[in-house]
Design a protein around this ligand. Sequence first.
Ligand SMILES: Cc1ncc(COP(=O)(O)O)c(C=O)c1O
Length: 405
Amino acid sequence: MSLVSSRLKSIRPSETKAMTARAAALKAQGHQVITLSQGEPDFDTPLNIVEAGIQAIRHGRTRYTAVAGVAPLREAIRDKLARENGLNYSIDQITVGCGAKQVVFNALFASLEPGEEVIIPAPCWVSYPDMVRLAGGDPMIVNCPEAHGFKLTPEGLEKAITSRTKWLMLNSPSNPTGAVYSETELAALADVLRRHPHVYILSDDIYEKLVYGAARFATMASAAPDLFNRTVTINGVSKTNAMTGWRVGYGAGPIELIKAINVIQGQTTSHTSSISQYAAIEAIAGDQGYVPEFKAEFEKRRNLVVERLNAAPGLSCTVPDGAFYVFANCADVLGQKTEADRVIATDTDFAMYLLEEAGVAVVPGSGFLASPYIRISYASSINDLTTACDRITAACTKLSQDKAA
Ligand SMILES: Cc1ncc(COP(=O)(O)O)c(C=O)c1O
């Protein structure tokens, strides 16, 4: 009898976390590694939020809370969804979890029967397929090529739907590509979904506020109001409010699903930290003057990284409209040899080469079910990004010289 359950057999540790751990190990050995594999802002949590957390401790908000989250937080979320997204939920339709990650997992776990299918447009966030498997479902990966902006088309969606489809997972702005679906693109997907009333939509809006230039954020439940009752809208404070460690995310959707999520949460984590919940009220309802500053800084960094990588031999990238990632195509690097005579056969080989040769940690596209690409997180200082781009360019130049030789 095995100690670890068979349920875990097909589950991999996250590629993002694995690369970050490798980088940390090299750093511990004294190597100068720049880590661009992390999916978190490098900014500190804004002080008004920190202060709200401190006050929560001082005022004894340190006890168990309601499973779905404290009422003032759910009210703040309700008001935010109405004000900013035009979505009208009652507070019973809202649940708060330990990050958006737990809410996504709980929604899948609460709803999937064995063998039910979940459509996941790829490139996709590393965790989606494994969460679906853990919940007993079958991830159905739909490849969304770069030529289509890494986005799901209505035709691709129509082809992927079967009688066993339970969910379509949408993530805009996207991790790892930064792709942003316009309202018109969502409306075109909604036209397909209307013909298949058994399919629900999980909209992961965690990067909502990180949208640049002319791009505009849109979410399915408001782009297609008639699908409101078939959609769960998930969001949180991790990315926009630089609160990754506080672990607060939320979901809003059909009441029977939210109740089921609360049952799972009640039997597992109970709720996220009471202190974090009170800090999140300030994040959602308080002064957010820092958001435009974060955005402007991210946009500057994005432009730098895109320009520099497009000038590196063998790499190309389109300009991502949102989030804080650049998904660079490295097809032209494949087949080249390193100084040590090792062939770069895959994007994982390339990411390892960049880590060992250039001291830059990035995540290979294979971790997001799309190759050959590397994902670079630009949630780092301009200084680090400039040095990292210098090092990546030098490492790519070396490869192309070795190929020519
Ligand atoms: C697409 C996507 N959804 C959800 C999350 C999880 O966010 P949280 O910190 O709220 O759990 C992440 C974090 O990397 C993400 O990239």
